[in-house]
Design a binder for this molecule. Sequence first.
Ligand code: NAP
Length: 359
Amino acid sequence: MSTSRPPRLAIVGATGAVGREMMTILEQRRSRHASLRLFASPRSAGSTLPYRGEPVTVEALVPGALRDVDVALFSAGSSISKSLGPEARAAGVTVIDNSSAFRADPACPLIIPEVNPAALESVRGKPAIIANPNCSTIILLMALAPLRAAFGLRRAVVSTYQAVSGAGAKAMDELVEQSREVLAGREARPSVFQEPCAFNLFSHNSAVDPATGQNVEEQKMLSESRRILGDDALALTATCVRVPVLRAHSQSVNITLERAASEKQVREVLAGAPGVTILDDRAANRFPTPLKASGGDDVLVGRIRPDLSQPREGKRAGEPIAPDQPTLGFEMFIAGDQLRKGAALNAIQIAEMLFGSMR
Ligand SMILES: NC(=O)c1ccc[n+]([C@@H]2O[C@H](COP(=O)([O-])OP(=O)(O)OC[C@H]3O[C@@H](n4cnc5c(N)ncnc54)[C@H](OP(=O)(O)O)[C@@H]3O)[C@@H](O)[C@H]2O)c1
């Protein structure tokens, strides 16, 4: 299709946590599109969702339903993407997919617009499936990629604090409902997660590989980061945990750079990184939180400080280091809205890169 006229858009999974956020973002960005069609399961067909003040009817996603669409934003799970994504591409549709179905497929670019926009060029002007990375991976790389580009990266150790909405709209309902039950003195009965999520936290709910001990979320953070950064040897290890937060994922990040940098230089790089906001007020003890990140586009970065445990010539571990003294190890704490930058916003940014007429 011509990219000079606004495209005909569809959201597949419009009633879900990511799908609804896509509609909010299209409204907020005053996105230009010739039409917007909403698809979900047959359970939701015929219901309406408000968009720009008007009710829009949700349609059932049946084979052939996307024929008159230019761009389809898929967020209905891997099996739907696998069964209907290739069919849509064959019908001339550009598919931007939020599931993990195509993230390892070399024919499908895996894109964070601020990090690897050049990888999109191979599919420009032709129907394609473009994969949106895992939400934790996007949030991490928004801060990590600019530092790696500036100073090189020897190793990263990440611990995540992931919101329940990463598991969809039903998981958000479960946290609210369980919180009510516990506060009323009743037992919390899990259904989406196997552990209670209210007043609790637990190792990420994805399956654990019995051989390596890593869960799928941790594996995705490594494999997808390697693909996006084009570095098969990237040394990154993650521990992924769900916390009783409705939306926005947080991460504690410890990095060892390839080339020593001062804290001042690290801050300068992060301050200049697109889509990153530094929130780091030591005097007031104000740093990134999931609530501060919720509803925003930028990934918040704070607690930026040298890792004093790293070996330094003539210094004992724990001894302070001046902000202009170069060192290899750094710590930071980041928070980003995974429904937005980790999913819906990233997908819409990709669509805007391909269809400039949307802006
Ligand atoms: N949540 C996140 O933070 C996040 C981040 C990155 C990626 N993702 C990925 O995005 C996708 C959606 O996640 P979500 O959190 O939005 O899940 P969700 O809240 O559970 O929403 C799922 C959506 O898929 C629709 N759906 C289910 N079965 C369908 C079918 N047979 N045909 C058509 N539509 C169907 C649902 O429609 P009904 O309402 O009719 O059931 C709903 O609109 C998943 O692949 C997820 O891994 C999510």
